[in-house]
Design a protein around this ligand. Structure first.
Ligand code: GLN
Length: 204
C-alpha cells in the first residue's frame, strides 16, 4: 500500500485520511519533518492557506516539503492546499509562502463574498465515468493563469467577485502535482483521491 501523508498542522485532515484509506493508501498525518521521510506522496488539505504557510515555517515543515516536492514527490492540494502549491498567489498576505509545485497563478477567495460557498457539477478530465464531479467550493480560489506543462482538468462558468460570469479553471495537473479549488474529501466521490493514489503508485 502506498503511504500518503496528509499535511496536518491545519485544515480538514481527517476527511482526507478517510478518503485516501478508502482508495487503498496508508494515510498518515504529517506534523513533524521526520514524518515526511516515510511518505510516498502528500495531500495538503482545505483550510486557511495563510495559517498553513505560517505554521509550516514555524514547525520546520516548509523547507523539507519544498525539498521533497523539488525531488518529484507526488502532491495533491485541495482549496487552501491548491493555494499552497501555486507559484504565484493573488490577494494573499504579503508574507504568505507557497511551494510553487505547479506553474500557476491562483486568486484567493476569488468567487466573492456574496456566495462564499456553493456546490456545482464540474466535468473533470481523466476521471472514470462521464459523470461530472459534484464539487463543493468554500471561499475557494480559482486558477487565473497557468504556465507551460500545466494541464487544465476542469473549469466552471461562474461569476467572480466582479459579478462577471466567465469560465474559471478549478482543477489542474502538472506532472505529479494535482490541485483542485474544491473539496472532494467532503463529498464521498472518491475519483480524485483514487486518481492521486494511482499517481503515487506510478511514481513509487
Ligand atoms: N480561503 C482559504 C484560503 O485562502 C481557502 C478556503 C478553503 O480551503 N476552503 O486559504
Amino acid at each position: 500500500r502506498p503511504v500518503v501523508g496528509v499535511f496536518a498542522l491545519q485544515g480538514d485532515v481527517r476527511e482526507h485520511v478517510r478518503a485516501l484509506t478508502a482508495c487503498g493508501a496508508d494515510a498518515v498525518p504529517v506534523r513533524r519533518p521526520a514524518e515526511l521521510d516515510d511518505v510516498d506522496g502528500l495531500v495538503i488539505p482545505g483550510g486557511e492557506s495563510t495559517t498553513m504557510s505560517k505554521l509550516s515555517v514555524e514547525f520546520g515543515l516548509y523547507d523539507p516539503i519544498a525539498k521533497r516536492l523539488a525531488d518529484g514527490m507526488p502532491v495533491y492540494g485541495s482549496c487552501a492546499g491548491m493555494i499552497m502549491l501555486a507559484s504565484t498567489v493573488l490577494d494573499g498576505r504579503p508574507d504568505q509562502r507557497s511551494f510553487g509545485a505547479i506553474s500557476m497563478t491562483v486568486r484567493r477567495n476569488a468567487f466573492g463574498r456574496q456566495v462564499d460557498s456553493f456546490e456545482a457539477p464540474v466535468p473533470v478530465a481523466g476521471l472514470a465515468g462521464d459523470d461530472p464531479f459534484h464539487a463543493v467550493f468554500i471561499r475557494a480560489p480559482w486558477v487565473e493563469s497557468v504556465g507551460d506543462g500545466v494541464t487544465v482538468l476542469g473549469a466552471i462558468d461562474r461569476a467572480g467577485a466582479d459579478g462577471v460570469i466567465a469560465p474559471h479553471v478549478v482543477a489542474v495537473r502538472q506532472g505529479a502535482a494535482l490541485a483542485t479549488s474544491f473539496h472532494p474529501e467532503l463529498t464521498g466521490d472518491l475519483r480524485l483521491h483514487g486518481l492521486f493514489v494511482e499517481m503515487v503508485r506510478a511514481a513509487a
